[in-house]
Design a binder for this molecule. Structure first.
Ligand code: ATP
Ligand code: MG
Length: 650
């Protein structure tokens, strides 16, 4: 096997000098956080304003017979007050949210004072509608400021929000409404993405005709486009009519640290999505800490996370983390390549963004256009780049660093999951030397381990299954309404440990490299191989924009290697290119990884959060196209039909 990485990028000295955490601090604090978690987290809890400060810090049983996790359990606080009220005195007139519309001529700056007032108004309106502590409110919204306002308004009155990504279908909305017995939905008439309207309200209407969904009594509708919608008297209410006349003050409810803050579903890459239950005190402490340190966030920085609030990244790193820290967070309504592929860079210039946090799928899509794609912007304001969602191929990392970041900005590759609440493994820009493709080292309080298939912990440089050995404040407490599934999924495979489902390698420097999902590991003639390495080798070839690797049943080898390849602009499929790619893999990785089948793919099936769905590709490769499993989170079903039609193994 080849070396996974070739280059390392030392911490820029100038950055280390001003950073919150440098090398020495990282080492000392990490050690303290592991040796004395109670002491470390008691101190960190002070970053929040508590109504009653916690005295009980940690209670954690990861035993599958009784999974029970509590942090700061006797403390009380309010998340909305922590994100708004406590900033009013010192930074009331500072911009909290920069909103950039889908249409490049539309944007707004919202100060902390305005955000507080708008949140209080909605909170009062919700109370008037009979919503209170413990009620679940479903949000099915565009990326508009009202989405953040709605999350904070729920938190303010102790209601639990359940955000459903605005690209999901009526069935997905219905399932989540029923699953949480949610009495109210907040939505908009339509959302606008990439110049197209998405009929959110129509989708809600359809969702609420499903059996069981009648539990939802009211629909609050933001007028975003003024497009035509059906109206159900007695059920539907205009947001502005309910909210505008409300008082701009609303006392924040005193919540227990372990009271639920939100429900959020995983992306559905590996199966049916799981509705995670996140609670208040530990979650907020954890996202505040990680946002400050991983992005080395300082007062006045303009910070942009390109995720949607429908994903955990949007919850933790558009809304709760940045606002808890009194930051300025940019919220973008549209898609990165509209109206032109250079849009992302143009937004960076327009708002002088210092920190940009995006996903490998977006980076690979830009890279496929060639370096000129960024010609319409300078991006000189950038200081730091971040990545999340999938393993970032070293080649894509280098491109991100060189072309988007002008070879000046460290890239923090952040590994974490919906279940985790916040980032678990990532570099700290002032402390960690970077290796493209590696999420590097654990954050404070996080104890990763690598186990073999029998659950033996491996020491030193090793490869196997990634587990976390102790709880941290941001971990989900349960699957909503299904603690048994929570226990089964995360704590039973290796009893007493949190199982991530990801494969991982730890190198001689203690750096962690995610090798792909454990379910996707290939076993070719007895050799186990992760998907990430082969895919990264392919993406390193000029002609390859994106690649997905899966195994398929093979008479002799047990599993054969089936590769789907999307080409970069200016390259066409040909037999020659096919031979060249086979040869490329044989030299880059070794003959063992030599592909048996290559299928050209105009596009790959992805979740709506942009992750490649290998389980579907596996079915196509195996010629089992009848039962594709749960496809409700698939972004574009036509991609699958196309691949089935042109499948290469029948
Ligand atoms: P489901 O759990 O429903 O199958 P999902 O795992 O895709 O969906 P998320 O919680 O959105 O749902 O994604 C977490 C997963 O994303 C991780 O387990 C990992 O496989 C992948 N991931 C996220 N960030 C990184 C990263 N920086 N490097 C490698 N993989 C990452
Ligand atoms: Mg997952």
């Amino acid at each position: 096997m080849t070396e996974l990485h070739k280059n390392t990028y030392p911490v820029p000295e100038a950055l280390a000098k001003n950073a919150w955490i440098d090398k020495a601090k990282y080492e000392a604090l990490y050690r303290q956080s592991i040796e004395d978690p109670e002491g470390y987290w008691a101190e960190q809890a002070k970053r929040l304003d508590w109504i009653k400060a916690p005295t009980k810090i940690k209670h954690s049983s990861l035993d599958p017979r009784n999974v029970d996790i509590r942090w700061f359990e006797d403390g009380t606080l309010n998340a909305s007050a922590n994100c708004l009220d406590r900033h009013l005195e010192t930074r009331g007139d500072q911009t909290a949210i920069i909103w950039e519309g889908d249409d490049p001529s539309e944007s707004q700056n919202i100060t902390y004072r305005e955000l507080h007032a708008r949140t209080c108004q909605l909170a009062n309106a919700l109370k008037a509608l009979g919503i209170g502590k413990g009620d679940v409110v479903t949000l099915y919204m565009p990326m508009i400021p009202e989405a953040a306002v709605a999350m904070l308004a729920c938190a303010r009155i102790g209601a639990v929000h359940s955000v459903v990504f605005g690209g999901f279908s009526p069935d997905a909305v219905a399932q989540r409404v029923i699953g949480a017995q949610s009495k109210l939905i907040i939505t908009a008439d339509e959302s606008v993405r990439g110049g197209k309207q998405v009929p959110l309200k129509d989708n809600v209407d359809a969702a609420l005709t499903r059996q069981g969904a009648e539990v939802c009594e009211k629909v609050l509708v933001v007028k975003r486009t003024g497009g035509e919608i059906d109206w159900h008297e007695g059920r539907d209410l205009w947001y502005h009519e309910q909210v505008d006349g409300q008082p701009t003050e609303c006392a924040a409810e005193e919540m227990g640290a372990e009271d639920p803050l939100f429900i959020l579903y995983t992306s559905g890459s590996t199966g049916a999505p799981k509705g995670m239950k996140h609670t208040t005190g530990g979650y907020l402490t954890y996202v505040s800490l990680t946002h400050q340190y991983v992005f080395d966030y300082h007062d006045g920085d303009i910070y942009w996370c390109t995720a949607d609030v429908g994903w955990v990244t949007g919850h933790s790193y558009i809304v709760y983390g940045p606002l808890a820290n009194g930051g300025t967070t940019l919220m973008f309504e549209g898609v990165p390549n509209y109206p032109t592929p250079g849009r992302m860079g143009e937004i960076v210039d327009k708002h002088q963004v210092n920190i940009l946090y995006t996903a490998p799928t977006a980076i690979r899509a830009l890279r496929a256009h060639g370096d000129d794609v960024m010609a319409s912007s300078t991006r000189e304001s950038l200081r730091l780049l971040g990545s999340v969602g999938e393993p970032i191929n070293p080649e894509a990392w280098e491109w991100y660093y060189r072309v988007i970041g002008n070879s000046r900005c460290p890239v923090v590759d952040t590994w974490w999951q919906t279940e985790n609440g916040g980032i678990l493994i990532a570099p700290l820009p002032g402390a960690t030397d970077l290796k493209p493709g590696s999420a590097t080292l654990p954050l404070f309080g996080v104890r990763p381990g690598i186990v073999d298939n029998d659950g033996n912990l491996l020491e030193g440089a090793a490869e196997g299954n990634l587990v976390i050995l102790d709880s941290w404040p941001g971990i989900a407490r349960s699957i909503w309404g299904d603690h048994e599934r929570f226990t089964q999924t995360y704590f039973s495979t290796y009893p007493g440990m949190y199982f991530t489902g990801d494969g991982c390698r730890r190198d001689e420097d203690g750096y962690y490299w995610i090798t792909g999902r454990v379910d996707d590991v290939l076993n070719v003639s007895g050799h186990r191989m992760g998907t990430a390495e082969i895919e990264s080798a392919l993406v390193a070839h000029d002609a390859v924009a994106e690649a997905a690797v899966v195994g398929f049943p093979h008479d002799i080898k047990g599993q054969g290697i089936y590769i789907y390849v999307t080409l970069t602009e200016g390259h066409e499929p040909s037999e020659e290119l096919q031979k060249e790619l086979v040869k490329w893999i044989r030299t880059e990785i070794g003959p063992i990884a030599s592909p048996d089948v290559i299928q050209w793919a105009a596009d790959l099936p992805k979740t709506r959060s942009g992750k490649i769905m290998r389980r579907i590709l596996r079915k196509i490769a195996a010629n089992e196209t009848d039962g594709l499993g749960d496809t409700s989170t698939l972004a574009d079903p036509s991609v699958v039909d196309e691949l089935i039609e042109h499948r290469a193994n029948r």
